[in-house]
Design a protein around this ligand. Structure first.
Ligand SMILES: [Fe+2]
Length: 356
């Protein structure tokens, strides 16, 4: 990472540190590729120096950067596919009650995925491009694993702990293998006994794995307690926040986020911005507010420069995310700026994939 004067900055290099305004809000996120519009913005706003990746300074041609980005994406894609396949195999074996979970083998697949993830500045951009037509059971497990690892990084945890979060994310719902598919896939409202059965997955997952000495104890605890809520309304034990293990609280936040932003069979997926509202409500109800704050503010900063579709059908670009209203950023549509934090007549319907 190197501090560089704006006048020496080339188009196509990537920021290695977020840029904040005087109010402490992120105006450009780490990983943003500098365009001529950004240079103009820096000059107009008196920003004289920014931090960029040194790797990019020696080869700032836009082509080189793009090549590097696409090989990073290929690496991510193949690492994601390896973990997905491994997990899928395990899921069926557990379902048939004929399994021997080799944690070392699973970690050997997870570690390269986590390492790619942690070295990438625009991982969410790459993640949005990943498209595996697989059952929700499988993609949700890998997504929770990846999002959990990222959140671990943002919380400043060490690499070993991040690997544990990734493993817990992958295995957190393994108890669902023991619940009949017709209940898991049921579209209508669940009866009380059915709901109880679905809720038993946390304990079932714990019971399946507890005798395996290779599984770290904090991973087991995260599997058992990932549906606890700080007000005591969760399950299986109704633990309060301070009683719930830290890893379980991390998994809860990313589990809720992925569940509501995934395209599930029984409801339409919601945009990440709408998910912020739901998580905010949930944090009143019991997600750890400190952990969910770190998660949401980091996720939000990734959306700066992203194209979004508004509820009136217009397409715009996120130019600014206010940390006090993460779900309602400033949008530029053509020459017009729409501040969603004060204009409640519009919503973000969808975050669109980047244009290449
Ligand atoms: Fe769960």
């Amino acid at each position: 990472m190197k501090e560089i004067a704006i006048d020496e900055l080339s188009i196509g290099v990537c920021l290695s540190k977020d840029i904040y305004n005087d109010l402490g809000n992120i105006i450009l996120a780490q990983g943003t590729e500098i365009s001529s519009r950004h240079l103009e913005y820096f000059r107009n706003h008196g920003i004289q120096y920014v931090y960029v990746d040194e790797d990019f300074i020696s080869k700032p041609e836009e082509k080189g950067v793009r090549l590097q980005a696409s090989s990073k994406y290929r690496e991510l894609n193949s690492n994601y596919a390896a973990v997905l396949q491994h997990f899928k195999g395990l899921y069926f074996q557990v379902q048939n009650k004929d399994f021997k979970l080799d944690i070392k083998e699973m970690e050997d697949d997870i570690k390269p995925l986590v390492d790619t993830l942690l070295s990438d500045n625009d991982i969410l951009g790459s993640m949005r491009l990943l498209s595996f037509h697989e059952s929700y059971h499988f993609t949700h497990a890998v997504n929770v694993s990846m999002l959990g690892a990222m959140l671990g990084k943002w919380l400043g945890l060490n690499r070993q702990m991040i690997y544990s979060i990734a493993l817990a994310g992958l295995l957190h719902d393994i108890g669902k293998t023991q619940i009949p598919e017709e209940i898991l896939l049921k579209k209508g409202r669940l009866s009380f006994p059915e709901l109880e059965m679905v809720r038993s997955h946390a304990k079932l997952g714990y019971d399946l794995l507890k005798d395996n000495p290779a599984i770290p104890r904090d991973v087991l605890a995260a599997i058992l307690f990932h549906h606890e809520r700080s007000d005591g309304s969760g399950y299986p034990s109704g633990l309060k926040e301070e009683q719930t293990p830290y890893l379980a609280r991390i998994i809860s936040v990313v589990d809720v986020f992925d569940a509501i932003t995934s395209d599930r069979f029984y409801k339409q997926k919601v945009s990440s911005f709408k998910a912020f509202n739901i998580i905010k409500d949930e944090s009143f109800r019991g997600l750890d507010p400190q952990i969910s704050d770190v998660f949401m503010s980091n996720i939000a900063s990734y959306f700066i420069n992203n194209r979004v579709k508004l509820s009136d059908g217009r397409v715009g670009e996120v130019v600014y995310v206010n940390k006090f209203a993460l779900n309602r950023p400033l949008i530029r549509v053509g020459e017009q700026f729409i501040d969603l934090s004060s204009d409640y007549s519009l919503d973000i319907e969808e975050v669109l994939p980047p244009q290449h």
